[in-house]
Each structure stands twice: as C-alpha cells, then as structure tokens.
Ligand binder design. Structure first.
Ligand code: SAM
Ligand code: SF4
Length: 336
C-alpha cells in the first residue's frame, strides 16, 4: 500500500516535511562538546539494515517528507552507506523527494564526494569548528584537519554546494570566527554558527563552552555589516548577508532564540526510534511495526501516532544551576 499524497500535520498545525536520519551513532571523531572520549554506542545487533532504513525513509516520503538529511554519528563511516544513498536517489528522480543531503565531519568526503554528486546530492553540510590544525585535533580529539580540507576540496570539485557549520565555543573559536567567515565566503560557502546544546554527558562543563550567539553577533557587528535576509533552507538557521564578504551567514540559536514554532522536522535513529523533538525524551519505536509485517500499514499508523505527540518545543537551558543535560542521549544518536 502506498501513502502518497497524505501529509503529516502535528497537533500545533506544523506540517512535517523534513526527516533527519542518523544512519549510525558511531564516529571517527570524538568532538568534546558532542561525545565523551569513552563512549558506549548502541548495540550493533539493534541496528536497522540499509534496506530497512530505505523502507522507513520511503514510507516517510510517501507521507509527505520532501527533504531528507543523512547524519549521525558520522554518516560516511556506516558500511556501504552509498548503497542507501543510491537507493534513496530514486525518489529524487521520481520527484517525490525535493532534496537529499547529508551532514558530515568531512573526514571521508574525498572518497565519496563524486558518488554523492552522481546520486543527485546537491548540497552538503560540513562541520568544522576551527581552521587551526592543532585546535582541530584538540576539539575533535581524533581528527586530522588536512583530510577534512581535502574532502571540502573534493566536494567543491564534484560540484556540491557546501555549507560550513561551526559550533560557537567560548574561548575556543570565538576570536577565529571573522577569519572563518572570510575563508568560507572567499570559497563560495555559507557559514552557519550553532549554539552548543545540553545533550548527553560529556567530559567538559558546557557552561564553560556556551557562547550565546546574540553576543557573538554583537562582536561581529563591530567588524562586519550584517543585514537580516529572509533566505531559508528548510532548517532552523536565520540568515544575514555580510556586506564586506558578499556571503551568507546563518545563526542557529536554540537557546537564545527559540525557533520551535516553525519546526518541520522529526529524527530517526539507526535503531528505528523516532524522536519528535531534538530536545525532548519522548520517542516512538518504528522498528517493531517495521518488522511485524511486510506491508507498511502498521508502520504508517505508528508514524501518525508519533506525529500526534510532537511536543510544542524543547526546554534547553545552560546555566550554573542546571548541571544535568536536558536530554541524556548524545547529539550523535539523533543527529544534528
Ligand atoms: N558527524 C557529523 C558532523 O559532525 O557533521 C554529523 C553528526 S553531528 C552530531 C551534527 C552536528 O551537530 C555537527 O555540526 C556538530 O557540530 C553538532 N553538534 C554535536 N553536538 C552538539 C551539541 N551538543 N550542541 C550543538 N551542536 C552539536
Ligand atoms: Fe562525530 Fe559529528 Fe559528534 Fe564530532 S560532532 S563527534 S564528528 S558525530
């Protein structure tokens, strides 16, 4: 049975058209704000196969999803990930899906850029918090900046549009952001900065890392002319144009400026759990209905039931009195 033409509307009237899929919670980096060094990952036996992920995504597309982002963990370390990308690209060809994209740390991009472009991927997000190789090693614990740079180069050469995402970290990259802005815009890439979110136990204290973007923007405005623009990519960033560079800069501000009222997203984990909000614990098991029958009706009903529970918003706070993360799971489980 196909669910084509139906659409998913949550209790607050928001239409759900964007699915993010964490294809693995594993990663070849250990960014200090994202993971503890010694991480416990989801048991391999609970992983959905690539075929199961494809089936799940297909049902979401039939139910109205127009934009699909693969993320993780690091999506490009999932074994045979290109098989899934190629399978999903049929929905681009049919027109059912408007955009297939991914968020990556770039470490494996040099290997996969051309094939991604060949599968109809047009734009990708590459996470990069610093241009300094030493600082890069410190923040990612295990990463090698030269590999990421080679990945960015390869992606550009393959014709992919690249957006750089940087988590704004107090005392770490705040003073470097003007340079990163010039670097990204000089290469035709947008740069988006993100406030660090209280997800999962990490080894560091988030209060020390947290930099409100209202403060960062005020600092940048001493050097650059920033003009708000209505540009949208379907995600939560609000954009400005930077007169001096002619490029675009995005701000993702879950803490200082809540954007939940326009949320169009849900998130699927690699074990088939659906999270209706990044900042809440409520989830729905889609693996059981997926495996219970060969048809997709049970699955479709479970998705409808879950969307009917999508909460109004998150309640992230970072301050000295709130030492526990808002949600216990790490960002790598539900993806960024
Ligand atoms: N590994 C890929 C990457 O780094 O791009 C994809 C997954 S990663 C979890 C997605 C995004 O979430 C990255 O841009 C990362 O910087 C961001 N991120 C991770 N933990 C975060 C946190 N606690 N607060 C804000 N952003 C976070
Ligand atoms: Fe890995 Fe991305 Fe998390 Fe860094 S932010 S540890 S690259 S999942």
């Amino acid at each position: 049975m196909s669910f084509a033409g139906s659409s998913m509307i949550d209790p607050f009237g928001r239409s759900i058209s964007y699915l993010r899929v964490s294809v693995t919670d594993r990663c070849d980096f250990r960014c200090t704000y994202c993971m503890a060094e010694d991480m416990a990952f989801l048991p391999k036996k609970d992983l959905l196969s690539l075929e199961e992920l494809d089936r799940l995504c297909t049902v979401f597309i039939e139910k109205g999803v127009k934009k699909l982002r693969l993320t993780g963990g690091e999506p490009l370390v999932r074994k045979n990930i290109m098989h899934l990308v190629r399978q999903l690209s049929r929905h681009l060809e049919s027109g059912a899906l408007e955009e297939l994209t991914l968020t990556t740390n770039g470490s494996q991009l040099a290997r996969f850029a051309r094939e991604l472009a060949d599968c109809g991927v047009k734009r990708i997000n590459v996470s990069l918090d610093t241009l300094d190789p030493e600082k890069f090693r410190t923040i990612t614990r295990w990463g090698d900046l030269s590999k990421v740079m080679a990945g960015i180069e390869a992606a550009g050469a393959a014709g992919l549009k690249i957006k750089i995402n940087a988590v704004a970290l107090k005392g770490f990259n705040d003073s470097e952001l003007p340079e990163m802005l010039r670097w990204a815009h000089g290469r035709g890439m947008d740069l988006t900065v993100i406030e660090t979110m209280p997800m999962g136990e990490i080894d560091a204290d988030r209060t020390d890392q947290y930099l409100p973007l209202s403060q960062l923007r005020a600092d940048l405005e001493r050097r650059f002319t920033l003009t708000d623009i209505p540009y949208k990519t379907g995600g939560p960033a609000r954009y400005v144009e930077v007169a001096e560079t002619g490029g675009r800069m995005g701000f993702i501000t879950p803490l200082t400026h809540n954007f939940c009222e326009s949320c169009n997203r849900v998130r699927l984990t690699c074990t088939g759990m659906l999270y209706m909000c990044l900042g809440q614990n409520d989830d729905a098991d889609l693996r059981a209905p997926l495996r219970a029958s060969e048809g997709n009706e049970l699955l479709s009903n479970a998705i409808d039931e879950a969307i009917g529970r999508k909460p109004k918003g998150h309640d992230f706070v970072i301050d000295r009195r709130t030492s526990r993360p808002a949600v216990a799971r790490h960002m790598s489980v539900t993806g960024g």
